[in-house]
Design a protein around this ligand. Structure first.
Ligand SMILES: NC(=O)c1ccc[n+]([C@@H]2O[C@H](COP(=O)([O-])OP(=O)(O)OC[C@H]3O[C@@H](n4cnc5c(N)ncnc54)[C@H](OP(=O)(O)O)[C@@H]3O)[C@@H](O)[C@H]2O)c1
Length: 264
């Protein structure tokens, strides 16, 4: 089979090495795509799966000064199995972060933050619409937008316990939670009585969901695609380009990190 559980010998500690014990690691959709071979990062095999997590430094080589045993570290970049701190800012102490937040900090919240900051100059009172709003990224978008005074319209798939999900997202700071089907209904007008039409749409799904979200985007607004959970192409009516001049962009946090490796 493709995946195997295997015990590995811990390598002997070199002068510049750090031994890190993993405390927690999530499984991201991108980790699965890497295993499927459909992701742009493919490590030489055999490789260890997973790209995020938090670890505790157990031991440091004698040339290592930036870290000490007991420090918490997160991976410097995405890639199969990597947990190698390369920058002093990746140091944390256990007292500062709950383990689950630390383990999931480096991908989804950073993606949410950059997408809110980099594509439209949003001011308090502006609004953003997003699909897959209950995803890891979506929940981070809700919280960061709330802290910045930006209103969110959150699209989720319908389900038997929808009211519980709506309650949970509202508790995080969502302004509106609607289902994919509701996007097509005239009642959507009520949403825009209290908040302006969004200038930014965040697309994690593709297919029909994109088309429906675009209906509500302001003219000259931007839709940023960062995920393709429905495994369907983004569908945009010609009229959205001609009569509303919408802009379609994409975002990949791994590329952003490479592009900003020196500065931010
Ligand atoms: N471009 C980047 O830099 C970047 C960074 C981070 C994440 N991502 C991507 O963003 C996506 C979400 O990642 P995550 O870690 O936030 O995921 P997650 O927490 O596992 O959430 C997955 C989300 O996708 C929805 N979903 C699954 N299948 C769907 C379908 N067929 N149609 C519509 N919605 C569907 C789920 O909704 P239900 O609850 O209804 O199933 C849920 O909201 C992934 O594609 C990931 O690779 C991209």
């Amino acid at each position: 089979s493709l995946l195997r559980l295997k015990d590995l010998e811990v390598a002997e500690l070199g002068d510049s090495d750090v031994h890190v014990k993993r405390l927690a690691a999530p499984i991201n959709p991108a980790d699965i795509n890497m295993i499927q071979g459909t992701y742009p990062i493919l490590s030489p095999l055999p490789a260890v799966g997973g790209s995020e997590g938090v670890g505790e430094v157990l031991e440091v080589g004698r040339c290592v000064t930036a870290l000490k045993p007991g420090d918490w570290v997160i991976p410097a970049s995405a890639g199969l199995g990597e947990c190698v701190p390369r920058h002093p800012r990746h140091r944390w102490t256990p007292a500062r972060r709950p383990v689950r937040c630390a383990a999931t900090l480096s991908v989804n919240p950073c993606t949410a933050y950059r997408m809110l900051a980099d594509f439209e100059a949003l001011a308090p009172g502006d609004s953003v619409i997003q699909n897959a709003a209950n995803s890891g990224v979506g929940q981070a978008v809700i919280q960061i937008a709330k802290a910045s005074g930006i209103k969110t319209i959150n699209v989720v798939r319908d389900r038997p316990d929808l009211s519980k999900l709506v309650e949970r997202l509202m508790a995080l700071g969502a302004d509106h939670v609607v289902t994919e089907e509701m996007l097509r209904k005239p009642e959507m007008k009520d949403v825009f009585k209290s908040i302006p039409k969004p200038r930014l749409a965040l697309n994690c799904v593709g297919g029909k969901s994109t088309t429906e979200m675009l209906r509500h985007l302001q003219p000259k607004g931007t839709m940023v695609t960062y995920g393709g959970m429905a495994k369907q192409p983004v569908m945009v009516p010609v009229s959205a380009f001609i009569f509303r001049d919408v802009r379609l962009r994409g975002f990949w946090v791994t590329q952003w990190r490479k592009d900003h490796a020196q500065g931010e």
